[in-house]
Design a protein. Structure first.
Length: 624
């Protein structure tokens, strides 16, 4: 704010003619902005905004005929005074727009209704004023003075394009000052498919403050300049070259999307196990903490999303990536449009309207936020606010002057029986154990060095209630091991985790053998049992496993080999000894091009080295 004040003082150090009196020494957030247009030449504007502290609110200029009007006053009170002021002439009907959705109670201090009132100064019609109101506690939020050489007249087109948008108070915020006339002109110059291209990719383009009304979201930017925002965004996606960019597009086509295929897998579990809870599904399918956490989201949203799933989210982001690629110079507009056309056709065929499409998109962003440990409701709300800048609900204004996508028609040829969503359908409320799983997932992704006692206490408490879910029991055991808890307590936790697998799958059905969670856990469990010289646990655990499948990793091969070498010790029957030897060689042959036989000299060296390791009690460790 201090820097802003200094800048404002410098701006107002020059003589500014035509504007009414204003005291720059105490008006801390005012500045001059020039707009140029064929019809109204240059308009100079000063703006006064509310500050974070009410103490910092600037005094308003003396254009109200001595009437006491302050920022944060209620709209009805201010307008009643202005309409009765003989020195002012109302320039046009109020311009209003409303976000047509209701924010959840958990999202606080969000404004979603705006009004702009405009008046011409009768004694000096080369000047007009704009007043911005919001429906939150700020009320009268912003006051603007505009001046030009040609006198203003009531009802002229100028007042249909308010060019100071109620956004962040920043000189560099792209949407703080807009020439809507220019934006609408740019929009109308696009072809139909270019408009669809821009419209369907708007959410992510808008959230990054890029150009909404051209296929290239940075038309005036040198793509090879360090300030190219689109290149920065693509780097966040792992694209540092044109080759990376092409590979990213290829992965999208190969996988049929990005998050969408993952969502479909989670969705199918509920069809496979009707009536089962996320915890029960997690136990049966040996799912990890991440998937178990997100099952709650899918369970609540699957009926709303229907068969389309996360199509809007994946495809909308794909279109954005294409536009970033154009700005980065890695794909031409023509090639991007060729890539985009089938995606655009699919989206228009599947959704009923702009609102239906955007609601589906926002739900996808909610799952994305949950997966990244961000606030789901805040992420969903932000997406709606970003796109609603261009979907206004004007009152008494010619439709041709609206920046709106409400009028766009979706053919909806593939909609089928899928539900049509509204903006009120996007909110995710965490029920049951959902919030606890979200906390557990956040802890799961933390570095072990950052874990606090409170984190471990939470896991202990949560695991005490849900310890039958393997991934949660495994997580607690790993936390103990990584934080050097007593060996006895750590091994007991691992045994509890192994028991959770046995309880979930009392009979070997093949699911456990093919599960990475299952194999990786037993690798750690058996390794730590070996390191703790707890051979009884080690042998017991190994005897539980289906070694036909779990010997895929080198560590498991080694542990199984130790297991069978240990069984050779003290065995008196040569037939059994030969069987154990053969099993060891079979395990080694699984990774060899030229198989060994038990009689080979190299095989005997393996038997001898394993026996030596058992005698020396070599410690084996596995990372979690």
């Amino acid at each position: 704010m201090f820097l802003l004040c200094l800048l404002c003082q410098e701006l107002f150090s020059e003589e500014v003619s035509g504007l009414p009196d204003w005291n720059p020494k105490i008006s801390s957030t005012e500045f001059i902005y020039e707009t140029k247009g064929d019809e109204y030449e240059t308009t100079r504007m000063r703006v006064s905004c509310i500050a974070q502290s009410k103490i910092c609110d600037p005094y308003l200029p003396n254009v109200f005929g001595g009437q006491k009007i302050k920022l944060r006053d209620k709209e009805a009170d201010v307008i009643a005074k202005l309409d009765s002021n003989p020195a002012l002439l109302r320039a046009a009907d109020p311009v209003r727009w409303t976000q047509e959705f209701v924010p959840p109670a958990e999202v606080k201090s969000k404004c979603y209704h705006y009004s702009i009132h405009s008046y011409i100064l009768k004694n000096n019609p080369k000047n007009c004023i704009f007043l911005y109101f919001s429906n939150d506690e700020d009320g009268f939020e912003r006051f603007c003075l505009a001046s030009r050489e040609i006198p203003f007249t009531a009802g002229e087109e100028f007042f249909l394009y308010p060019n100071v948008y109620p956004g962040d108070i920043s000189f560099h915020h792209r949407w703080y000052v807009n020439d809507w006339k220019k934006e609408i002109s740019a929009w109308n110059s696009l072809s139909e498919y270019e408009q669809y291209f821009c419209m369907l990719s708007l959410p992510l383009i808008s959230s990054n403050a890029l150009e909404a009304f051209s296929v290239n979201p940075e038309p005036d930017q040198n793509p090879f300049d360090d300030t190219c925002e689109s290149r920065d965004r693509l780097e966040d996606w792992g694209c540092h070259s044109k080759k990376d960019f092409i590979e990213l597009l290829g992965r999208f086509h190969d996988q049929g999307g990005w998050h969408g295929s993952w969502y479909k897998r989670l969705r199918q579990y509920f069809d496979k196990y009707p009536g089962k809870s996320p915890e029960e599904i997690s136990a049966i399918e040996c799912l990890g903490v991440r998937n178990t956490t997100c099952l709650y989201f899918v369970m609540q949203m699957k009926e709303k999303l229907g068969e389309h799933g996360l199509l809007a989210w994946d495809y909308g982001r794909f279109l954005t990536v294409l536009r970033w690629g154009v700005a980065a110079g890695w794909i031409s507009e023509q090639a991007a449009m060729q890539e985009a056309r089938p995606i655009i056709d699919e989206l228009l065929a599947c959704y009923d309207s702009w609102e239906d499409y955007l609601a589906h998109y926002v739900i996808g962003r909610g799952l994305f936020a949950l997966d990244n440990h961000d606030g789901v409701l805040d992420y969903e709300y932000a997406a709606l606010l970003d796109t609603y800048k261009y979907a206004r609900n004007y009152e008494n204004v010619d439709k041709a002057h609206q920046l709106t996508f409400h009028g766009f028609k979706f053919p909806a040829q593939k909609q089928g029986g899928n539900p049509v969503l509204s903006y009120n359908d996007v909110w995710y409320s965490q029920t049951g154990n959902a919030s606890q799983w979200k906390t557990a997932y956040a802890i799961y992704d933390m570095d072990y060095d950052d874990l606090k006692k409170d984190h471990i206490k939470f896991l202990e408490s949560f695991c005490a209630k849900n310890g039958k879910v393997p991934c949660l029991a495994i997580m607690l055991a790993d936390v103990y091991a990584q934080n050097d808890y007593p060996v006895k307590k750590t091994m007991a936790a691992y045994e509890s985790a192994a028991k959770s697998f046995r309880n979930a799958l009392p009979e070997k059905k093949g699911i456990n053998s093919d599960s990475d969670l299952y194999r990786n856990f037993y690798g750690r469990y058996i390794s730590r049992a070996f390191a703790a010289k707890d051979y009884e646990r080690m042998y017991s655990a190994l005897s539980d496993l289906d070694d036909e499948h779990t010997t895929r990793s080198q560590m498991m091969q080694f542990l199984y080999s130790l297991y069978y070498r240990g069984k050779m010790e003290g065995e008196k029957k040569q037939k059994n000894i030969d069987q154990y030897k053969q099993r060891i060689i079979d395990i080694y042959n699984g990774q060899r091009e030229v198989p060994l036989s038990v009689e080979d000299e190299e095989a005997q060296q393996i038997f001898d080295s394993l026996g030596k390791l058992l005698q020396e009690n070599i410690v084996v460790r596995l990372d979690p």
